[in-house]
Design a protein. Structure first.
Length: 492
């Protein structure tokens, strides 16, 4: 099968160039500039190329790193964190459980009523944006803000929610940053990602911080499970479908978790779980390999970031960064090839001004004159009167960046399948593998999602592909945390 590109109308660089030359003939420099923009585009395309053979090398490297990370603490860039989740929800859990999901731009609070055999009876949630200054302030300010929002939410619990008598309410805390878990309900922060940076918090127990803040706000509830969003998504997925054994998040950041045999975790010295299994939080965002197709744009994005040298894989595939990569390419085209006229539009120099939702809106523009692209360039970057050929170049840049990201994510999934021995058909026996997917990028960026799915199909082949399913586990991480609070309840 050939290269899979994001399924949106795509025009080759040469055609764009020819059209631009025709339309913009009145501009003296247009033809040479056009060649220049086409050159930059061509170079980008080459540097970002992800042929299947390369993806397979990347998948192999992922598998190798997974082994190394499981062998010893610090054995790999992949932390392969032990989640202490050794019993996933069964569907028999009962009562009201709360969850708090912190891991990016927003945080969610939710409550779910579990009805045993009848499953999830109802859920309610609220979503709150985190004020940017709290992301780089003090632990106390951040956790007090979270607790105050939780307190508001708890105070309007209606009577339809109930708890078996004699029990205190319990909460699952989804905290989607690298945490060294000490037990199912405690763990210390290793480092921040995704734009958070509160140095004082490193090494501190996140459950203790939240408990203190909740007490101050008068919330009478215990935190029974501390989980990562991928682990929560895995639990939420498993509750719906018993074949779920991998979870992947593609949102602001990216990460994956999967179910590992306890025996295959040499660094685990605790008592072997009864189930014989343990959920591993890979922290795959920090994966890095010499096979990754890194470009100058990736290198400067990384150098300018809050965490240079870290989360290299995440910076190539996740929502926080795709729009910024697009901006960097357009800036170079504006600067060296006058893509938007003689001067570089000043707003194009502002970091993170182009966000991934805008990038996907432009990428998905199906109008003949690429109206959405034109409007976005005007509204966000203050660039008016763009020609159709310029808009086509912009779409093509979106396509190259999104395609690379989606295909790399698929390679990462293949790496996990290999580690689990689910990447080949053995003796005619094929286990069914269901992968719970979550995150705004996967959910809303259709072209990215389709490309990821097509690429996985391309990599595993037709036969195996029939036994691998990706399901959208919408807000699985929030509900999953509540489910894990239930399956690890203090009362069970
Ligand atoms: P988080 O990862 O912060 O927990 P989400 O899973 O909701 O939250 O993901 C939000 C991210 O998803 C945004 O930062 C953005 O990068 C991406 N995203 C949201 N909507 C879209 C969209 N329409 N197109 C592309 N990406 C989107
Ligand atoms: Mg999330």
């Amino acid at each position: 099968m050939g290269k899979v590109t994001v399924g949106v109308a795509v025009v080759g660089a040469a055609a764009v160039c020819a059209a631009a030359a025709l339309i913009a003939r009145h501009r003296m420099r247009s033809s040479s500039l056009c060649v220049k923009a086409a050159d930059i585009l061509k170079e980008l395309e080459e540097k970002c190329a992800t042929p299947a053979a390369k993806l397979k090398q990347i998948a192999d490297a992922m598998t190798v790193e997974m082994h190394a990370g499981l062998a010893s603490e610090g054995g790999s860039k992949l932390k392969m964190l032990i989640s202490y989740v050794d019993n996933l929800p069964t569907g028999k859990e009962e009562g009201v459980y709360y969850a708090l999901d912190l891991g990016g731009t927003n945080f969610r609070v939710l409550r779910v009523q579990l009805g045993g055999k009848s499953g999830i009876e109802f859920t309610e949630f609220a979503e709150v944006t985190i004020p940017p200054q709290l992301m780089i302030g003090t632990p106390e300010a951040l956790f007090d803000y979270i607790a105050s929002e939780l307190a508001k939410f708890v105070s309007d619990e209606s009577e339809k929610f109930w708890l078996p008598p004699g029990r205190q309410r319990e909460l699952g805390f989804t905290f989607s940053f690298p945490v060294m878990q000490l037990s199912i309900d405690s763990g210390t922060l290793i480092r921040w990602t995704k734009g958070f940076s509160i140095d004082e918090m490193i090494g501190r127990d996140v459950v203790a911080e939240l408990t203190t803040a909740m007490k101050k706000r008068g919330i009478d509830m215990s935190i029974s499970a501390l989980v990562n969003d991928t682990v929560g998504t895995l639990a939420g997925g498993r509750y719906e479908n018993s074949d779920v054994c991998i979870a992947v998040i593609l949102g602001t950041g990216s990460n994956a978790a999967y179910v590992e045999r306890a025996q295959a975790i040499p660094k685990w010295h605790g008592p072997h779980p009864k189930s014989g299994e343990m959920v591993i939080n890979m922290e795959w965002g920090n994966f890095r390999s010499s096979h990754l197709p890194l470009t100058e744009y990736d290198n400067t994005l990384d150098a300018e970031s809050l965490n240079p040298g870290e989360q290299i894989f995440e910076k190539m595939i996740a929502g926080m960064y795709l729009g910024e990569l697009l901006r960097k390419v357009l800036l170079r085209m504006a600067d060296e090839a006058a893509l938007f006229g003689e001067t570089v539009p000043p707003k194009l120099k502002t970091r993170f001004i182009l966000r991934t939702p805008e990038m996907s809106a432009m990428h998905h523009d199906t109008s003949a004159d690429l109206k959405v692209v034109g409007n976005t360039l005007k509204d966000i970057l203050g660039i008016s009167d763009t020609s159709l050929s310029t808009r086509k170049i912009v779409v093509e840049v979106c396509n190259i960046i999104a395609t690379r990201g989606a295909r790399l994510a698929a390679a990462g999934i293949l790496g996990i399948l290999k580690k689990m021995g689910r990447d080949t058909v053995r003796d005619g026996e094929v286990p069914k593998t269901v992968i719970a997917m979550d995150g705004g990028l996967y959910e809303h960026y259709t072209g990215y999602r389709n490309c990821l799915e097509n690429t996985l199909h391309e990599l595993v082949g037709d036969q195996l592909s029939q036994h691998i399913k990706l399901i959208l586990s919408n807000d699985g991480s929030g509900i999953g945390a509540a489910l894990l609070a239930a399956s690890h309840s203090r009362y069970v």
